[in-house]
Design a protein around this ligand. Structure first.
Ligand code: HAM
Length: 423
């Protein structure tokens, strides 16, 4: 009988491991530019560390940890994340005495007994980074900036969602208001949310059940409850990000699945990953070092999911290696500016489009299209352009088609029209 791998645990075969290596190399280079050094941590810790750091009422601690009793009766856990271990090591080795600010990164396997699905495994890997010793808004912005640099150098298009989770001064008021709101919607909430309501009302915002989502749609938002120092801190983080042209979206419903967060929190979301679309999550955790028995030192960090990042890289590389869906050949300056907009719209719709410069003649453009192996070329010549249309040339049949294509069509309709032009 053949023995298969354990459910939720997977092999990374050579074609994928090559992608992992490229990601790791890039992470090391991007993080080094910001002054980070690597910390290598054990995969097993005392269970108590995670229970105290992540929070007793989180899904991770309640039901997802791989916990076992060792021969000496101690309770041990395969790490479900890296932050708790970094802080344990930071306190244990008194790193705060060596440097006022520690910037540490780690790469390694994490374990959570979640329901396996695309992009969600029971053993997965993270590339994480933590900064201990600074609580000013500049450092929050710098961390997001570093992430942004990392994704940009990998040519990955991602969206950054940010929120402020407030602090011990303002969050309790919010929690109470959320609980009261939840009570008023009790009949519409799922069983899990009934339990969350009392133990951890912030989790109500995180439930994926459509009924709960609908019931919580008008729930009070944390932003309205922030105290003045938290509001000011968050405004300054955003100002730094805007100054550096980092695009981000404010998401007042972003709560994160671990309890240690306060103030700035963020997630990096990518298209094409299905429902497990968060490729990175992180935020500030100012009370955590103290809570774990260390000095009152603030911290902030993030962790990138390696498997999800690899999926994005593979999709992108696949796209790069395949031929364009359409080649646009503009003739003359007016056509070129029109072609510029059409190309952008089609690319935005997910199509691969190659746009040639109008300075090259039609013949030269066709030679290039041929070389790229493109089947269809959209020619924007002066005649049809006045009517907002373009001609299609089928490079296989080597002929122009009499039906002109309306350039104002939505991306998908236009591509379908181009492909159907000869049928
Ligand atoms: P997290 O949001 O639980 O945060 O995980 C970070 C990332 O790890 C997720 O965005 C996702 O890409 C990946 N990930 C999580 N669970 C799975 C899974 N079951 N399968 C595949 N990928 C997964 C943390 O772990 C925090 N320690 C991050 C942090 C560091 N916050 C501050 N510092």
């Amino acid at each position: 009988m053949k023995i298969a791998a354990v459910r939720g645990f997977r092999d990374v075969l050579p074609e994928e491991s090559a992608v992992w290596q490229r990601m790791e190399t890039q992470a090391r280079a991007s993080f080094a530019a910001y002054g980070f050094s690597e910390i290598i941590l054990p995969v097993i810790e005392k269970t108590e560390l995670f229970a105290r750091a992540i929070g007793e009422t989180t899904d991770i601690v309640e039901k997802e940890m791989y916990t076992f009793t060792d021969r000496d009766e101690s309770s041990l856990t395969l790490r479900p994340e890296g932050t708790a271990s970094v802080i344990r090591a930071y306190i244990e080795h008194s790193l705060s005495h060596r440097e006022p600010v520690s910037k540490l990164f780690y790469i390694g396997a994490m374990f959570r007994r979640e329901r396996p699905q695309k992009g969600r495994y029971r053993q997965f890997h993270q590339i994480g980074a933590e900064i201990l010793g600074r609580d000013d808004p500049l450092i929050d912005a710098e961390l997001v900036l570093m992430l942004n640099d990392f994704f940009t150098t990998l040519h990955l298009e991602v969206a950054v969602d940010v929120n402020s989770l407030g602090d011990a001064v303002c969050r309790p008021r919010y929690r109470e208001s959320l609980r009261a709101f939840g009570e008023s919607k009790l009949a519409e909430l799922c069983e899990n949310c009934h339990a969350r309501l009392h133990r951890n009302p912030l989790r109500l915002l995180d439930c994926k059940e459509p009924g709960c989502r609908q019931a919580m749609a008008d729930a009070p938002i944390l932003t309205d409850f922030l105290c003045a120092p938290c509001r000011d801190h968050f405004a300054r983080v955003q100002a730094y990000l805007r100054q550096e042209n980092v695009s981000f979206a404010l998401n007042p419903r972003l709560v994160r699945g671990l309890d240690y967060y306060c103030r700035t929190s963020f997630e990096v979301i990518a298209q094409g990953l299905g429902s497990q679309n968060a490729v990175c999550g992180g935020g500030r955790y100012d009370g955590l070092v103290e809570q774990l028995g260390g000095p009152a030192i603030p911290g902030i960090g993030f962790a990138i999911g390696v498997e999800r990042l690899a999926m994005l890289m593979q999709t992108r590389e696949h796209h790069l290696s395949s031929t364009p869906d359409l080649f646009i050949a503009p003739l003359g300056a007016a056509a070129e500016s029109q072609a510029f907009s059409v190309a952008r719209r089609l690319r935005h719709g997910g199509y691969r489009v190659e746009l040639e410069s109008s300075s090259r003649g039609l013949k030269a453009q066709m030679r290039r299209a041929d070389k790229l192996g493109v089947r269809y070329v959209l020619i924007l010549g002066e005649n049809e352009l006045a009517a907002g249309k373009g001609t299609v040339r089928d490079m296989q049949a080597k002929s122009d088609w009499p039906t002109a294509i309306d350039l104002a069509l939505p991306a998908q309709t236009m591509i379908e029209a181009v492909r159907n032009v000869n049928s």
